[in-house]
Design a protein around this ligand. Structure first.
Ligand SMILES: *Cc1c(COP(=O)(O)O)cnc(C)c1O
Length: 438
C-alpha cells in the first residue's frame, strides 16, 4: 500500500517512508491510496477474534507485504496485551474502555503499536531516530512509555507548562534514558506548532532524523481503527442500529473509526463529541472550518483549537459535507454539563466516567434524543477516572483509588528541561543534543 498526502503536493510514500517521516513535506497528512473492504467472513467471525487477531486482518491490508504478516502478528500481540472491555452501563448503552494499558489512557493502544512499527524500520537506520511529540496531556505519557527503552529511537516530549495535571506531568517528566521531557512555556497549540515547524526545518531534519508520534503518524492512526471492529464483535449479533460516540480533540480517534466504517464496519452513526473547543463541531454544522486558540477544560486531553486530523476527515469524504452528515453528528459540551454527567451516571448506574468519557456519553445521549430509532450506543471511555481524580471525586462524592502503576511515578524526581515556546530555542536544544550523542 502506498500513501498520498492530503495536500497532494508530495510524492506517494511507502509504509516505511510514511512511518519514518510522520508527515509529508507539503504539510499534509498521509492517507492510504485505497481503502480496503474487508470480507463478509471477517465480519461474521469478529465475535471470536481477539484484538491482535483483528489487527492482523485489518492491518495487513495496509502494512503487508512491506512488513511480513508474521512480524505484524508478533507486534500486535505484544502491543495489545491488555483488555479492552465493552461494559454495559445501562440497557443498550455501552462504554468501550480503552484505558487499561500501561498509562491508563487510550493513547497506549496507538502508541504501543507505533513504537513497534517504528522500531522495525529504525533497526537498519545508521543514525538514531528522534521522535518529536507534542502533548496536551495523555499523548506524551503514552508515547514516552511505549518507546521507553526502544533502541535506536529517542523521544522528545513537548508539554505546556502548568496546563497538564500533576499526575500527567509526573508520568512524562520523570522518565530518562531515551526519553527527553520538555516543559514548554506556552500552550498545547504552541507545542504543536513548534513540532510542525521543526519538521519543515531542513537543517533539523538533516541532522536529527526527525519523525513524529502524534496521531498524524499512520503507525499510530491506523491501528486505532482495530478496536472499533472489536467492539462490534462484543455486541449481541442481533440487528439494531448503532451509534458510536468518540470524545474528540485532534480527531485521530474518530477518523480511525470512520476509516473502519469505510472498510465495511456496520455503524450507523458516529458522533464527534467535543468540549468547549468546538472547531470540528462548528465545521460539520456550518461547512466552514475556523481554527481557534485552544480553551482549557476539565477534559484537557481534548483541548485542541485546530485539530490536525480535520484534513483526514475532509479527505475521507472528498470535502463533501452532505456525505459526512449522512452518518456523522457533532456536539460540544461545557465543563459544567460534563461534570454533571459524571455525577448523574454514577448516581443512576454506579458507573464511574472520567471527564473525557463523559463528553462522549453526552454526545451519545444528545444524538439518541434526536434519533430515538437508534437502538444501541457505544461511547468510548478514553481515560481511567483516576487520571482526573479531583474532578471525578468532586462530582461523584466517592473516592477514586489510584492504580499502583500510576502511583509509582508520583514520588520520582522531575527531570524535565524547561524551554521558552520559541522555535529557535527548541532547534538549538535538539541540535545540541544530537551533537552530544555523536
Ligand atoms: C487524546 C485524547 C482524546 C482525543 O483523541 P483524538 O484522537 O485527539 O481526538 C480523548 N480522550 C483522551 C483521554 C485523550 O487522551
Amino acid at each position: 500500500m502506498k500513501f498520498y498526502s492530503t495536500n497532494r503536493q508530495s510524492a506517494l510514500a511507502s509504509v516505511r517512508e510514511a512511518v519514518l517521516r510522520g508527515m509529508p513535506d507539503d504539510g499534509g497528512l498521509y492517507m492510504p491510496e485505497r481503502i480496503p473492504r474487508l470480507g463478509k467472513g471477517f465480519f461474521e467471525s469478529l465475535r471470536r477474534m481477539s484484538l491482535p487477531e483483528i489487527g492482523v486482518v485489518a492491518g495487513r491490508e495496509f502494512f503487508s507485504p512491506e512488513i511480513p504478516e508474521s512480524r505484524l502478528e508478533d507486534m500486535f500481540v505484544e502491543a495489545l496485551d491488555f483488555p479492552v472491555p465493552l461494559r454495559e452501563v445501562a440497557a443498550g448503552l455501552y462504554a468501550l474502555e480503552l484505558f487499561h494499558g500501561p498509562t491508563l489512557a487510550f493513547k497506549d493502544v496507538g502508541a504501543r503499536v507505533m513504537a513497534r512499527l517504528m522500531g522495525y524500520f529504525a533497526a537498519d537506520l545508521e543514525r538514531e531516530l528522534t521522535v518529536l511529540a507534542a502533548t496536551s496531556g495523555d499523548t506524551g505519557s503514552a508515547v514516552a512509555h511505549a518507546f521507553y527503552g526502544v533502541t535506536g529511537i529517542q523521544v522528545a516530549v513537548l508539554y505546556p507548562s502548568g496546563q497538564i495535571s500533576r499526575l500527567q506531568e509526573q508520568q512524562i517528566a520523570t522518565l530518562d534514558g531515551n526519553i527527553i521531557p520538555l516543559e514548554m512555556e506556552g500552550t498545547f497549540d504552541d507545542c504543536q506548532r513548534l513540532v510542525k515547524e521543526a519538521f519543515l526545518d531542513g537543517e533539523l531534519r538533516r541532522r536529527c532524523s526527525l519523525t513524529s508520534a502524534n496521531s498524524i503518524n499512520i503507525a499510530r492512526w491506523l491501528p486505532q481503527s482495530f478496536y472499533y471492529f472489536f467492539a462490534k464483535g462484543q455486541l449481541d449479533p442481533q440487528d439494531g442500529s448503532l451509534a458510536v460516540s468518540v470524545p474528540s480533540g485532534n480527531l485521530g480517534n474518530v477518523t480511525a473509526g470512520l476509516l473502519a466504517r469505510a472498510m465495511g464496519l456496520a455503524v450507523d452513526w458516529f458522533v464527534v463529541s467535543v468540549n468547549s473547543n468546538r472547531a470540528a463541531a462548528e465545521y460539520l454544522e456550518s461547512g466552514e472550518y475556523l481554527p481557534r486558540p485552544s480553551l482549557r477544560t476539565v477534559s484537557n486531553a481534548m483541548d485542541v483549537g485546530d485539530p490536525s486530523n480535520i484534513a483526514r476527515l475532509m479527505d475521507l469524504y472528498g470535502g463533501r459535507l452532505d456525505r459526512m452528515r449522512d452518518h456523522i453528528a457533532a456536539f460540544g459540551f461545557g465543563d459544567e454539563e460534563t461534570l454533571g454527567a459524571v455525577a448523574s451516571v454514577y448516581r443512576d448506574t454506579g458507573y464511574v466516567m472520567d471527564p473525557h468519557g463523559a463528553v462522549g456519553y453526552l454526545g451519545l445521549k444528545r444524538w439518541r434524543g434526536e434519533r430515538p430509532e437508534i437502538e444501541r450506543g457505544i461511547f468510548l471511555e478514553t481515560a481511567h477516572p483516576a487520571k482526573f481524580r479531583e474532578d471525578v471525586e468532586r462530582a461523584t462524592g466517592m473516592e477514586v483509588e489510584i492504580p499502583e502503576r500510576l502511583a509509582a511515578c508520583l514520588d520520582k524526581p522531575k527531570r524535565a528541561m524547561r524551554l521558552p515556546a520559541k522555535f529557535s530555542a527548541l532547534k538549538e536544544f535538539l541540535l545540541e543534543r544530537s551533537r552530544d550523542s555523536w
